[in-house]
Design a protein around this ligand. Structure first.
Ligand SMILES: [Zn+2]
Length: 391
């Protein structure tokens, strides 16, 4: 088993950094936390704490200090030289920051007062939200969902290591593999080359095709849907999970695909988030990562292939994980199969393509889209979900 584990890609920075306190340490920290100043954190930071605890954020040990923060914002690298594209920060109001001092420990609690982590505050620093917006999101428009979150957060950042004592509620617990667990699952199956697929949408034929193209050249697929915070108009995670289950059950060999959930919050940072998603999947044990059109994009903020181009800005050795770029795909009646502009010479009239709006209309009126667009099992799950008020 050790050999099989060693055959997988190494985590980012060489080893998984787990910032989760064991039960003895938890007891000590819970006791000590009673006399520490409290900082209330929201769902974004609760998700960050889980990813810090389980090693998905390796090599990070906590929320970023100024040097790492500026390195990431300005040139997508940590101070140790490793690629990293999205700031992982903890903000507080200027009023609260004025009550804290560097070197002191604080208790990170949720809005119900539950202790989640103890943090050692190494640095208290101000930052430029406009700069972060422009660099990370490529826009300062507050209509961008990621920029809006940034503008609404506190004016001061706290940087320093955390010891996590309690995770956020563990939805989809049976699928909530830590990087250690996913690596074990891959090793048990004898996989060396594993392709990760990020999604926050149901998987239709186009994405199934992309995954299967990748699967032809690697040992296995890690279907890794994001279940953290998304926009309110994205399809709810529980509905998507049922779609993935029926799809895998009916159309994928059981020994070639693993379904797990990715407990990160969506940032909609497009190209920067594609890099971020790839690095995290490397920690989960994926050697390859699928990057489609407009990965992690929203609205018209990013060019269709910006999330492909950005990979050229990194040293492939330091990034470690290999991106697999895919174009828009569709069923072609003349090719009699799934294809893309790279493989099909026929015109649009031969292609089965439906806009997102059209698919939504069909599903809402109980109409199953053509089997060339969507597997009927998946369509049924979506139709069923749209009939009922949100569960
Ligand atoms: Zn064709």
């Amino acid at each position: 088993m050790t050999d099989a584990l060693n055959a997988l890609i190494a985590p980012h920075g060489g080893s998984l950094i787990l910032n989760f306190a064991d039960s003895d340490e938890q007891n000590v920290l819970r006791e000590q936390a009673q006399s520490l100043p409290q900082v209330v954190i929201g769902s974004r930071q609760l998700a960050d704490l889980e990813l810090l605890a389980n090693g998905a954020y390796s090599p990070l040990t906590g929320f970023m200090t100024r040097e790492d923060y500026l390195g990431v914002v300005n040139d997508m690298h940590l101070s140790n030289g490793l690629p990293w594209s999205v700031p992982i920060t903890l903000s507080v109001s200027a009023e609260q920051a004025a009550t804290l001092t560097e070197g002191q420990r604080i208790a990170l609690v949720d809005d119900a007062g539950t202790l989640h982590a103890v943090m050692t505050v190494h640095e208290i620093f101000s930052y430029d939200k406009q700069l972060e917006a422009q660099k990370v999101y490529r826009t300062t428009d507050e209509a961008h969902p990621g920029v809006r979150v940034l503008y609404q957060q506190g004016e001061i950042l706290l940087g320093g290591p955390v010891r996590v004592v309690e995770l956020q509620p563990q939805t989809f617990a049976v699928y909530r593999y830590t990087p250690t667990q996913s690596r074990n699952l891959f090793a048990e199956r004898g996989w060396k080359r594993v392709v990760g697929f990020q999604t926050r949408n149901p998987v239709h034929r186009a994405h199934e095709y992309i995954q299967k193209c990748a699967m032809e050249t690697v040992d296995g697929l890690y279907l890794h849907p994001l279940v953290g915070d998304t926009k309110s108009d994205d399809i709810p995670a529980d509905v998507r999970m049922r779609c993935y289950e029926v799809l895998l059950e009916n159309y994928y060999p059981a020994d070639r695909a693993v379904l797990g959930v990715f407990p990160a919050a969506m940032r909609y940072a497009g190209p920067r988030e594609a890099i971020f998603h790839a690095i995290l999947r490397k920690n989960y044990g994926c050697s390859h990562f699928i990057v489609g059109r407009d990965h992690a994009g929203v609205g018209n903020y990013y060019g269709t292939y910006d999330a492909h181009y950005i990979f050229a800005e990194f040293d492939p050795q330091r990034l470690g994980i290999t991106p697999l770029f895919f174009d828009h795909t569709f069923y072609c009646r003349q090719c009699e199969g799934m294809a893309s502009a790279k493989t099909c010479p026929h015109g649009n009239d031969a292609h089965v393509t439906l806009s997102g709006t059209r698919v939504r209309q069909m599903l809402q009126s109980g109409v199953i889209p053509p089997p060339e667009f969507s597997r009927p099992e998946v369509a049924k799950v979506l139709i069923e979900a749209m009939r009922q008020p949100a569960s």
